[in-house]
Design a protein around this ligand. Structure first.
Ligand code: AMP
Ligand code: P6P
Length: 347
């Protein structure tokens, strides 16, 4: 089976003028993924379970493994010197590298180093989400916000690492999606899921129904649509909600389905972060033939106004996401106004 290293190197040959900087960056992400994989797998046996003490910028209690993952991905990317700056869920401001080599790095990275980390102590899968952009400022010039506040359509590469029953690295550089499974016995990611395609429709919907009374009318209508007993359309669908975005989304990538974390009356723009959760996942979904929206706008066309901006998020099988959009168009125009009032700007 082809290794991740061989695969990345091969793909560089499709770009004769490539310098190898993106290749090195992707390798560095693979190395950090192995280190985080090791710590997560041993969490119950080391001092790394539990809380770090204090809250992160999200106001959420920071786990020791959040800090561990953040430190190791940042260190790997800084050592590589292809990256000049990082936006991370764990850092309030963007991390600007000031070592001479990184200052001329031509890429920036937005990442959630360990999404869903509250699930670790109950042994539920968690994930790392990353996306890579070309910087907008000239190499060597000071980094600015515009280097990171780019819409998902500008993504050069994006992926996730799912620390689940097996550890997988799934990524795309804009020419399809490929999945690699980690083989502990040899310490390598091996190509296990070539050319991933999301089925156009599935029969699984994934949403935290505890928020039902606060959902926009269009979401309520779609949930009821999923529950109708109509075997000719494979309904009622199954409800599956892990509480870990990467795990719920990966299921959609493999067998089809839809994941929804919509804005609601309590949190109009939802919970998930546009830049380092919604955009990379939306990029992967589109590359695999799926779709991602906030209910009205293609996620990849929304222009982030701040690095921790939240977004309403619906992603998965193309036909299922389109059905939600139709319901939102018919029943929740008020929600469109709310999103635009809350500052959602789409190209
Ligand atoms: P580089 O000069 O290495 O930064 O690469 C320039 C561009 O070529 C990148 O931004 C990608 O669009 C493409 N590219 C280079 N290396 C790879 C690779 N290993 N896999 C996919 N695309 C690549
Ligand atoms: P809730 C994890 O905190 C996360 O960001 C996603 O991974 C997950 O889908 C969602 O939040 C769970 O949120 O409000 O349903 O617990």
């Amino acid at each position: 089976m082809k290794t991740l290293i061989e695969f990345i190197n091969e793909k560089q040959h499709d770009f004769p003028f490539a310098t190898g900087e993106l290749t090195r960056l992707l390798h560095d992400i693979g190395i950090a993924a192995k280190i985080v994989h090791r710590e997560i797998n041993m969490a119950g046996l080391t001092e790394n379970m539990g809380y770090q003490g204090g809250d992160n910028v999200q106001g959420e209690r920071q786990k020791k493994l959040d800090v561990f993952a953040n430190q190791h991905f940042i260190r790997a990317l800084q050592m590589g010197s292809q990256v000049c700056a990082i936006a991370s869920e764990e850092n309030e401001k963007m991390v600007v590298f000031d070592n001479p080599n990184s200052k001329i790095g031509k890429y920036v990275v937005a990442m959630d180093p360990l999404d869903g980390s509250s699930n670790i102590e109950v042994n539920i899968p968690v994930g790392t989400i990353f996306s890579i952009y070309r910087r907008k400022t000239n190499q060597g010039d000071p980094v600015s916000d515009k280097d990171l506040l780019q819409p998902g359509k500008e993504i050069v590469a994006a992926g996730y690492i799912l620390y689940g029953s097996s550890t997988m690295l799934v990524y795309s550089t804009g020419n399809g999606v490929n999945g690699f499974t980690y083989d502990n016995s040899v310490g390598l990611f091996l190509l296990s899921h070539p050319d991933v395609k999301i089925p156009a429709k599935g029969n699984i919907y994934s949403i935290n129904e505890a928020n039902y009374i606060y959902f926009p009318e269009g979401i309520k209508k779609y949930i009821k649509y999923c529950q109708v007993d109509d075997p000719s359309t494979d309904r009622p669908y199954k409800s599956r909600y892990v509480g870990s975005l990467v795990s719920d989304f990966h299921r959609n990538m493999v067998v089809g389905g839809i994941y929804m974390y919509p804005g609601n009356l309590k949190n109009p723009v939802g919970k998930l972060r546009l830049l380092y959760e919604c955009q990379p996942i939306a990029f992967l979904a589109k590359q695999a033939g799926g779709k991602a929206t906030d209910g009205f706008h293609d996620i990849l066309n929304i222009v982030p106004q701040s690095i921790h901006q939240r977004s309403s998020f619906i992603v998965g099988s193309e036909e299922m996401v389109t059905k939600v959009e139709d319901y939102m168009e018919e029943y929740s125009q008020d929600f469109r106004e709310t999103l635009e009032h809350e500052g959602v700007i789409a190209l």
